[in-house]
Each structure stands twice: as C-alpha cells, then as structure tokens.
Design a protein around this ligand. Sequence first.
Ligand code: ARG
Ligand code: ZN
Length: 864
Amino acid sequence: QAKRRADYQPPAFSIATVDLHITLHPTQTKVISTLSVTRSGAHINPLVLDGDNLSLDSISINGTPLSDNEYTVTDSALSVVTELDEFVLEITNTIAPEQNKALEGLYLSGGAYCTQCEAEGFRRITYFMDRPDILSVYTVTVVADKSVPMLLANGNPVDKGEVNENTHFVKWHDPHPKPCYLFALVAGDFDLLTDSYTTTSGKEVALELYVDKGKKSQGVFALESLKRAMKWDEDVFGLEYDLDIYMIVAVDFFNMGAMENKGLNVFNSKFVLADQKSATDDDFFNVESVIAHEYFHNWTGNRVTCRDWFQLSLKEGLTVFRDQQFSADMTSALSNRIKHVRVMREHQFAEDASAMSHPIRPEEVIEMNNFYTVTVYDKGAEVIRMFHTLLGPDGFRRGMDEYFRRHDGQAVTCDDFISAMQSATDLDLTQFTRWYSQSGTPVISVAHSTEVDDDGIVKHSFTLSQHTPATSDQKEKLPLYIPVNIEIIDDEGNSYTDKESLIKNGMVILKDDSMRFTVEAKTTRLTPVVLGNFSAPAKVENPLGTDALLTIFKHANDPFNRWDAMQTLYDRCVKQLEESPGSAISNDIWSGIKQAIAQEKNNLELLGECLVIPSFETLCQSRSNIKVSALSKARKAFCNQFARALEKELLDIFNRIEQKAYSYTQSAINERRCKNVVLAHLARLPQHEHKVVSQFDSADNMTDTLGALRSAQHCSNSTFDSLMAQFEATWNHDPLVLDKWFALHATQNRDDIFATITMLCEHPQFAMSNPNRVRSVIGSFAFYNSERFHAVDGSGYKFVTDYLLKLDAVNPQVAARIVTPLTQWQGYASEHQVHMKQQLGRLLNHKGLSKDLFEKVSKSLAYD
Ligand code: ARG
Ligand code: ZN
C-alpha cells in the first residue's frame, strides 16, 4: 500500500495537450477530456490512467470507440491497450460534485462549484496520469446553467457565449504547461473586486478577487497584499508574473489554507476576508502571508514544479521561506522569527518525536495528504533558511537565479535545487544535504570549563556537541552540518572571540559530533549565547544559571536570543513548581524580570513577547513522561505568581499604552499585542477583572475584543459566560468570527466541557461538513485544551475518537489532521498512554477506516 521514493519511474507516456469540456450539474457533471498522448521510448505497455469515484461513459482513440478488449476499468485505474505511439484519446465520464464531502476534486462549497486537485484530486474529476511530472497545456470549456453566472478556469479567457437559451459557456486557455494538480475550475455567483498591477517590465496584469455576496469590503486588504507580494518578488528575486490575469476566489468549505492553481488561486475564506471589526491583527497577518505564499508559488511550484510528491518540500519549504521573508519585510523581523520558532517548537518537534516522524523529503507514503506537514513545510523552510544563512543573501539569490535558469518549465527534485545552490558557493554542501534525508530534532549541547593560568588569565574552553535521538522511522543518525550563531559575552556585555577563529561573522559550523574552541579573558564569568535567530531547527542544552540567562537578556546582540533567554527562565520556574508544588519562585528571579521590564519599557514589541509564558505545548518539548495535570497546574501556578509578583509593573505597562483609534501599523500592532498579553496576566487577579470587561465593552476592533475574551478565560465563569453570550449575539451572522467563539469555548478548562462541545456541535452555524467549524471546535479541543483532552480517565480521548469515527466517513483529510494529538502518546506518562492507545485501537478496528487515518493510526500503534 505504501509508495517509496526510491521506486520512482519516469512516465511511460507524455500528454502534450489536455482539452476539457465540463458541463456542470450538481449530481451529473459531464466531463469530456481530449488528450494528445505520446509514448515515451520503445515499450509496449498499456497507458494507465488514474481514476477515483468516476463513472466512465465512453472512450475512443482518434475518433474510433474502443472495443471491450482494448481497455479495462477498475475502481482506481483505466488501462488502454494500443500499439499507436501517438494518438488522441477521448474520454467521457460523469461525476457528482454535490455528493463530494471529502472536498477533493470538484465539489460544491455553499452553492459554488470549486476544485481542489493537489495532491491527487484530479483523478476524481477525470481519468488522467495524476502525477506532477506530466506537464500539459490546458484548454478548458466550462458550461453551466445561466443561474451560475461566473465561470472560471486557469489562464486567459479566450471565448464565451451561449450554448442555448438557458446555458452558457466560457473557454479558457493556459499557455504554460502544468501538472494536473494545478488545474482549477470555479463557477458561481460572487462579488468581484478588480484592480490591476503593472510589472517592472511594463506588463499589465488584471487582478480579480471573488468573494461571497456582500463581503466586498472585506476583500480590500487581500488585494492590497497581493500587490505588495507581486512587487516584493520583483524586488527581491527578480520574478514577475506571467499571465494577463490573476484571480483569487474565497470559499467557505476548504480543507487547507489555500491553493496556488495557475492563475486561479482558491482560498479558504479565512485567509482572504478581513476588516477592522471582524479580524484580529493575526488574521490580517495571516491573510497577507497566505496571499503572498500562493502568489510566490507561481515561480516556486508552478513554473518549476515537483517531479514526484516525495519532493513536496522543494516547493513548500522554499515557498514558506519566501513568504516568511516577505512578512518579515512587511511587518517585523523579530516577531516573525518568534512566531515561526513557536510553530517549530510546539508542533514540528512534537512530530519528530512521534510515530509520524519523517525527513523533510519523506521516504515512504501511504496517503500523500498526510504529508502536508509541519516537517515538510516549516522544517523545510528552516532548511532553506540555512542555505540563505550559509550562502548569504547574494549567494542565495545567485543560487535561485541558477535554479530558474536550469529548470524553468520542468518538474524537478530537491537534489536539483541543492545542486543549483551548490553552483553559487565555494562551501561543500555534501554533508548539508543530510537535512533532506535525516529525520529528527538534533540537540546541541554546550559545555563550558575554565582554567586560570599563573598570570591570572582565564582560559575558557567551550565544547559544542550534537546528537540526534533515534526516531520512529530511523534508528541510526549521523552528524548534521549545522550553522550555529554564537556570541560569547561577559557580565558587562563585552563580546569575545575565540583563539582558533572558528567563530566567523558570529557563526560556527558544527559538523562533527563535537567541536571545541577556547576564549581567553580576565574574568571567570563568560556566557555562551547559542543559536542566535534560531539559526538551525535544533534544541539547545546550555546549562546556564539564572544570572547568565538575565545577562543574555541584558546584553546579547541578538534579540531572538534575548527573548529565548526569558523563555528558558520561565521554563525553569515551571519546572521548580512541578518538582515542589506550592513553593515560591525566588525574589532574585522576580527582581531580574523587573529589571528586564524596566530596560525594555520603550520596546513594546520585545517586551510583549518577553511577557508571554511558554505554552503548555512548548513546555512539553523539554519534558518526557508528562503528567498533564501536574504540568498544567505548575504552569498555572507560575502564571498566578507572575501576576501577583509583577502586578505593579504590569499595571504600569497597561496604563501607559493608551487606547487610540484603530490603525493597522506595526507600532499599533505592537501596542495592542503587548497590552493584551499584559491584560491576560492581570485577569488572573480578581481585582482587575473589571479591566477585561471594560476593554470588551469599549473595543473598536476584533484584536482587543478577542484579547478581552481570551483574558476572560482566566476570570470567573460568570464573567466569561456573560461576555461570550454578548459576543455570540453580536456575531451570530458571521461564521469566521463565530469560529473564534467556538474555539474559546472548546479550550475552556471546565467540568462541563463535553456538554459545551455537544452544544457547539448543535449550534445552527455548525456543520460537520465544514472544515473550519470542525477545526475550531474539535481541533481546538484536541490540540489546545490539554487538561481536558488528557483527562486521566480517558474521557477526552474517547470523546475525540467518537467524533473522528463519524467525521472520517465525511472528510478523511480533516479527520487525519485532528487525530494528530492522539497519535503523539510517546511523550506522556503511562496513565495517559494506556487510554490513548485504547482509542487508537478502536479507530484501527473500525471497518471502512480511510487510508488517511489508517496510515497515522497504524504507525502510531506500531511505534514503541
Ligand atoms: N499547495 C497548497 C499550499 O501550500 C496546499 C494544498 C494542500 N492540499 C492538500 N489536499 N493536501 O499552498
Ligand atoms: Zn504552499
């Protein structure tokens, strides 16, 4: 059942052109596909086309219908036997978009037809060689009843007209050869925003954004973001858009974030619609970043695509890196870096430690949709970032130019990308390539010893060593080529360099099991500041005391290290409260934090981030054998002491940040962020509950409204309930806003949580067929309501499993996402594990379980 990367075979046929004629109907959509096929080389194998859930109506070659012995059809394939080396194959088949609840292929989203073909959805539309290395030029005629006014497909419109009194058509042509996963069709009635963009070389591009009726004003920000992304890609990479028209359609039913179909992106409406009243600063940020991500795919993904799906990170890691760089330029480098590091630590490290562990270029896949992972995407982006760090911005740009020079119009591999990068540098990247084949999170350990010589000179010797723990998929690990940003500082903040000159431009390369360097100083107190800017996707073990951590905060050059030092300090405090519950955090620590606050009082960006206590999920990554309620109680106890010990400082910050008229600018974002972080701390003190209520009442934007509601999670139940009820009454009509309300309810740590979730699932706006709703209720519970999901009696696991059994029959892709926390039992204490495995067993024994769930559940149960 599994496919292996090593088994790749070039295609036996090529398909130069695809002509599709699609007559839309909810239950009887007719697809006529005309393919010009050429045999590759001298073989006599049949032409095998993929098909899934299709019913074949007719098949002919060069106009002559095939007889029964010239083809065979099964559930998953159509084989055609012919001796011709070049021929035109015409296939007619019927599909039923209305019945398609898996949201793969052609389906109906709230009345509009739309498609999702990546990874293997095109085979649910028609029979085809559904693999990314088949590149064809598409011509698509969309036919529909006139009650469906807008008919869209990839490329440029070339014809339109009437078929008869009730039916019309539009014909589209996309001149760029593309794999079928980039095919798209959309048909419906939308509001349309239009704009245009002129590229540096003077090409005029029409921009069109399609949104649900009545939502036009919520599309403005997305369109502006698109223009910023187009400009940025020209400025930074010299890449221009290549068609006359760029269309984006927002739909409500969508499995993922968005899809980069050539010239016709389809988006989850959550990543398009945004305005001050209904969207938070994070929502605006996400809209801009996803719009840019899909746009950037036009070069990294579409013009140069993947040879096979094992190479997914070729386009995704690279495109995520590009969108991260864009966001950093549009907003702030530091908050972006922190945001992405949080994703790595909370989710990617957890994946590495689980049965789903895989390298950024996987070796073995059962269901491709299961590999759109934080490893392929986010660790993939970290690997690209390391190229960027090692080659520098100019070297990286040379490598990218060479990549496009060599591979424009091709379907290629990660090795092709590496080789283009290699051509742009004198560094030998051979060992670096291991990042593509080795899974797991490397741990970098720092050891420091001193020796004083007769003249009073202190010789400091530092050893950095690396070790990657075995993962479920790979027992043996080899040393990686790791760029480690490093500073050595003393208590006054003076920085030192090593005698061996291994530190170059603030970076060492750790490539063996360990390396050593020495520093001479007059003081015995030097602090190694390691992994600046998170220069590699690794964990660090650096045994520093509180003093050293505070020194880093005070004096390190790298703001990421400064933030991280505070995170480490907080992690230590939580650990103390786990080991001795009820103990008090020492005054030294509080006064250190107070000094830090005073030092940064005017830098609200860093200050805000430094006041965030590591999430439960992040804390899990530096622990094993986790007893959830003990860790959760310790974290909560620390938060409570934090609020009490720093009440005066917190209040001072809170009062200093005055409420201004809303604007979406970086300084205003920093202010709102900092103020809301502080409010969440103060909300733990009953005397400040009124601040939460008053912010809720007076807020003129969703960031502050939601900030108040999140804070209210720490207030009394009655306050929380009353604000939530008001919020629902105000926003009942807006499903995207209601998702936030769903999620807040689902993450409440309350005894009546299951009654609450059942109530949410019965809400008139809830539907199991809508992935956004399911993710905000069931997903939020499983991923972020740690105490209730991990209740020791197993009730949380059972609740989620019961739901997944139903959901899997409707939408397996979404079910397979939400099962993730259940499959990650390895980190938890045995009293949790027993229950988790029991529920996984129920899933595995279920008749008719999807491939998606089967792969994750069976791997999880096989891992010990
Ligand atoms: N290529 C899309 C993106 O990253 C994601 C599509 C994934 N779809 C899926 N069914 N797995 O922008
Ligand atoms: Zn992508």
